[in-house]
Design a protein around this ligand. Structure first.
Ligand code: AMP
Ligand code: MG
Length: 416
């Protein structure tokens, strides 16, 4: 519901950037770490900086299947003849020393034998019994991965605060870490408010709607670093809201509610919050999502999201997600933004930054183009479901004509 001027005066009016800054300055990382096997650490937040305990690779090895040789024996020659004196397999090195005119059959990942400094690909030699003839010249150190080439023992491997992904865990394994020290899971309680809301298992009567916000919040919070608790739908009455908040503070680091923060909503939500904690009601200059509440209730941070589902998604992404990441001990980065040429006109009035739902694609010139959807209402999830990006229109923008450049935020399938 839109604010009346009278009510707007009684609320904090903030730009999106101001609201983001206030929230991020307020919340602090939770304490408590766990040591868990790396097999279970995907999506968890690394609680310590890791340096490499060994060189990677730990020994010089071959990047190719071929022959390890002494470059001095073949420098500049295409016809050089060498004698094959043994084989170096991955995991089963050749243990002797290469003398002049000698080479060793070698496979990818196998240790370079002592004396050798170069590997020639098997495709570049002609083998005849225990002799090879080089079919082309080879440069010194070709196809050799030197010891410590990727990282030296003692050098930085992973930053503290990194949300561990597949590559990070593979990297940790390659350096010999079997366990990871990670921040404990962030406990997030969420609920919907509204007498009109029914869970999807029930039947609607006239005037009721299904509660979509809890299902989308459940999904937005589906991250290994979070333990989410669904507290259901809380009816529009003071006792119920107060009880829900009190129950939530028993286990929550963060509480997220949806609905009930518009000025038109019954005063009891504001009253219950004022009684239990320090919560401010904000009018954030963002569309969708203008009404927003933020503050603390007991030990938990409270985020009061608007009721309309698209507003929930936009405010979650712009205001809640960075705060939760910070609480988890992660280093939140602003979402990736790209530029795209707008193919269809976009309607907008100046005054608020706006996130419209759009679909972007690579165009024939190698840049991106984007189209907005027709249903841009804050209650219309259909466009959000079909979108692959948000079109970011700055506060002062007064509409976009076809061919104009806009910023987009791709909705990547990143987790959390
Ligand atoms: P409110 O902020 O409570 O005034 O809600 C604004 C609009 O969002 C109203 O049309 C509500 O019916 C709708 N709404 C509130 N909560 C939900 C929800 N959980 N799921 C779907 N729509 C909701
Ligand atoms: Mg409501």
């Amino acid at each position: 519901m839109e604010q009346t001027d009278h009510c707007a005066d009684s609320m904090n009016s903030l730009t999106l950037a101001e609201a983001q800054a206030r929230i991020c300055e307020s919340v602090t990382p939770i304490s408590g770490v766990e040591r868990i096997p790396i097999k279970q650490a995907r999506g968890r937040i690394l609680a310590e900086k890791l340096t490499a305990p060994i060189d990677l690779p730990p020994f010089p090895n071959s990047a190719m299947d071929g022959y390890a040789l002494r470059h001095a024996d073949v420098a500049g020659q295409t016809d050089a003849l060498l004698t094959v004196i043994g084989t170096s397999f991955a995991g089963k090195p050749y243990e002797g020393l290469l003398g002049p005119g000698q080479c060793v059959r070698i496979f990818t990942g196998a240790a370079i034998p002592a004396g050798a400094d170069t590997v020639i690909m098997q495709e570049d030699v002609i083998r005849d019994d225990d002799q090879i003839r080089l079919a082309r010249t080879v440069s010194q150190h070709a196809n050799v991965r030197p010891i410590g080439d990727e990282v030296r023992s003692g050098e930085d491997l992973l930053e503290r605060g990194k949300m561990l992904q597949a590559a990070d865990l593979g990297l940790m394994a390659s350096a010999g870490f079997s366990m990871a020290t990670v921040t404990r899971r962030l406990r997030v309680v969420f609920f919907s408010t509204g007498d009109e809301l029914r869970p999807v298992e029930e039947t609607l009567t006239y005037g009721q709607i299904y509660d979509s916000n809890r299902y989308l919040l459940q999904s937005l919070l589906n991250c290994p670093a979070i333990e989410a608790f669904d507290m259901g739908v809380v009816p529009d009455n003071a006792t119920a809201v107060k009880q829900a908040l009190l129950d939530a503070t028993l286990k929550a680091d963060a509480i997220i509610s949806s609905g009930g923060v518009s000025v038109g909503d019954p005063d009891f939500i504001a009253a219950s919050l004022a009684e239990l904690g320090q919560v401010g009601f904000w009018k954030v200059a963002v569309k969708p999502g203008k009404p927003f509440a933020f503050g603390s209730i007991g030990p938990a941070w409270f985020f009061g999201l608007p009721g309309n589902p698209v507003a929930v998604m936009v405010t979650f992404r712009q205001l809640v997600r960075p705060a939760l990441l910070r609480m988890m001990g992660a280093n939140p980065k602003p979402p990736l933004r790209l530029q795209a040429i707008c193919r269809l006109p976009l309607k907008k009035s100046p005054g608020r930054i706006e996130f419209q739902r759009g679909k972007f694609e690579l165009d024939s010139e190698g840049g991106f183009s984007v189209c907005g959807f027709s249903g841009q209402g804050a209650h219309q999830l259909l466009g959000m479901s079909r979108a692959n990006c948000l079109i970011v229109l700055p506060k002062e923008n007064a509409g976009v004509k076809p061919g104009e450049r806009v910023e987009i935020e791709p909705l990547l399938d990143e987790f959390f």
